[in-house]
Design a protein around this ligand. Structure first.
Ligand code: PLP
Length: 405
C-alpha cells in the first residue's frame, strides 16, 4: 500500500500501461457492440444484479470504464473494497437511502443535525418514503427503532464545522448501517470506514473535482453494499457522465496538495478573523479543543464559519475578490450565507436548534494568496475600509485552542 499522495496520483490507473496510454481515456460510448447476443444478455444480467464488471458494459447506464476507474481510485483512498459513483452528491444520498431503507423495508432514518440543507430537506420531505428522526450525536441509540434502516451524519458538520465522533455513533447504531458524509474532510483528512461507517459519501462536486466544473457524487463501501447501489443506479439511471468521471478522477491526483494548501489558508484566516473587531465568533475545528482532531481527523480542514455584528448580506455584497457563492472545495475562495442559501429549506427553528444562527457566514478557503483574501475580508467586514495594512499583518500562531465561537 502506497502513501496518500502516491495513491492519489496512481489510483485507478492499473490498466493504462496495457492500453498503451498515459492520460485517463474517456469512453463516451452509450452502447457497446455485442455480436454474441447470448453473451451480451449474460453480461446485462450480471450488471443488473450488481456486478462491478462483466464481459461487456452493454450499455453506458449499466457500466462505464472511465467512471469505474474513478470509483476504484476513490475506494483505495477511502480504504474500502468498492465505490459507486452517481450524477450528484444528492443522487448518492438518495441511493444510500434506497439501499438501506427501501430495499430492506426499514423506512426510518436517524439523522444527526446539522447536515447539508439539501440532505436535511431530502430526508424530511417524505419524497423517498422514509421518515426521519433528528437526534444529537449522543442520543442516536435512543432514537433507533426496529424499523430504522440508516443513520446519517456529517463531520465536520455543515455549516457549523462541529466535529462528530464517528466511532461513538457507529457503536450506538450497532447493526444499523451508518452513512458518513465525508465531503468536508475528504479522504485526505478522514477515513470513516475503519471507524465503522458502512457508507462513506462525497459530493464529488466539491474537493474531489476541486475546480467547480463538475457535478458528481460517490459512495465508498464494502462490495456487498456496492452491489445494491449499482442495482439501484441502473434502475434509477442516476449515473455519472464519463466526462464527470474523468474530471473527478483527474482531481484526485491533486486532492492532497489542494486540501493541505487550503487548510493552511483557512487556519490563518480563522485566527485573524477571531481577532477582528467586527467578528463576533469563529467556528473552525482548529480553534475548538477536540480529542477528535489528530485522531479521527488528520487536520482541521479548509472550511470555516463566522458571525459578525453586521448584516451578513451586506458583508457579502462588499466582497471584491472572494466569490459570493454556494458550494465549496474549489480553487477559489467562496463565501455564502447558510440561512439564505444552503440551509434555506431547513425550517428556521430546526436551523437554530442545530446551532446555525441567522448571522453565520460560511467560507471555503481556496488557493489564492492569503494576504489578498485577508485584505478582501477585512474591507468587507469594516464597511469597505480596511482596518490593517495587509502585508505587515503578523502571521498567526498555528492551531491555538482559544475558541470563542
Ligand atoms: N453533502 C454536502 C456536505 C454538501 O455540501 C452537498 C452540496 O452542497 C451535498 C452533499 C450534495 O451534493 P451535490 O450538490 O453534488 O448534489
Amino acid at each position: 500500500m502506497t502513501r496518500l499522495r502516491t495513491t492519489a496520483v496512481h489510483g485507478g490507473r492499473d490498466d493504462l500501461a496495457a492500453l498503451g496510454v498515459h492520460a485517463l481515456p474517456i469512453d463516451l460510448s452509450t452502447t457497446y457492440p455485442v455480436p454474441d447476443q447470448v453473451e451480451g444478455g449474460e453480461a446485462l444480467q450480471a450488471l443488473a444484479e450488481g456486478a462491478a464488471r462483466a464481459t461487456s458494459p452493454v450499455y453506458s447506464r449499466l457500466h462505464n470504464p472511465t467512471v469505474a476507474r474513478f470509483e476504484n481510485a476513490l475506494a483505495t483512498l477511502e480504504l474500502t473494497e468498492a465505490a459507486v459513483a452517481f450524477g450528484s452528491g444528492t443522487a448518492a444520498v438518495t441511493a444510500v437511502v434506497q439501499a438501506a431503507c427501501v430495499l430492506t423495508g426499514k423506512p426510518h432514518v436517524v439523522a444527526v443535525r446539522p447536515l447539508y440543507g439539501g440532505t436535511d430537506h431530502l430526508l424530511s420531505s417524505g419524497l423517498l418514503g422514509v421518515r426521519t428522526t433528528y437526534a444529537g450525536a449522543d442520543r442516536v441509540a435512543e432514537a433507533i427503532t426496529p424499523d430504522t434502516g440508516l443513520v446519517v451524519l456529517e463531520t465536520p458538520a455543515n455549516p457549523t464545522l462541529d466535529l462528530v465522533d464517528i466511532a461513538c455513533v457507529t457503536a450506538q447504531a450497532g447493526h444499523v448501517p451508518v452513512v458518513v458524509d465525508n465531503t468536508f474532510a475528504t479522504p485526505v483528512l478522514q477515513n470513516p470506514a475503519p471507524l465503522g461507517a458502512a457508507y462513506v459519501l462525497h459530493s464529488g462536486t466539491k474537493y474531489l473535482g476541486g475546480h467547480g466544473d463538475v457535478l458528481g457524487g460517490v459512495v465508498a463501501c464494502a462490495e456487498a453494499e456496492a452491489k445494491a447501489l449499482r442495482r439501484i443506479r441502473i434502475v434509477t439511471g442516476a449515473v455519472l457522465h464519463p466526462l464527470g468521471g474523468y474530471l473527478l478522477h483527474r482531481g484526485l491526483a491533486t486532492l492532497p496538495l489542494r486540501v493541505e494548501a487550503a487548510q493552511r489558508t483557512a487556519t490563518e484566516l480563522a485566527n485573524r478573523l477571531a481577532r477582528h473587531p467586527a467578528v463576533t465568533g469563529v467556528r473552525y475545528p482548529g480553534r475548538t479543543p477536540s480529542h477528535l482532531l489528530g485522531t479521527q481527523s488528520r487536520g482541521p480542514g479548509a472550511m470555516l464559519a463566522f458571525t459578525t455584528g453586521d448584516d451578513p448580506a451586506a458583508v457579502v455584497r462588499r466582497l471584491r475578490l472572494i466569490t459570493p457563492a454556494v458550494s465549496l472545495g474549489s480553487v477559489d475562495t467562496l463565501v455564502e450565507h447558510p440561512a439564505a442559501l444552503t440551509h434555506r429549506l431547513v425550517p428556521t427553528a430546526d436551523r437554530h436548534a442545530g446551532g446555525v444562527p441567522d448571522t453565520l457566514l460560511r467560507l471555503s478557503a481556496g488557493l489564492e494568496d492569503v494576504e489578498d483574501l485577508w485584505g478582501d475580508l477585512d474591507q468587507a467586514l469594516t464597511g469597505g475600509h480596511p482596518t490593517a495594512p495587509r502585508a505587515t499583518d503578523p502571521p498567526s500562531p498555528g492551531h491555538r485552542a482559544d475558541a470563542d465561537g
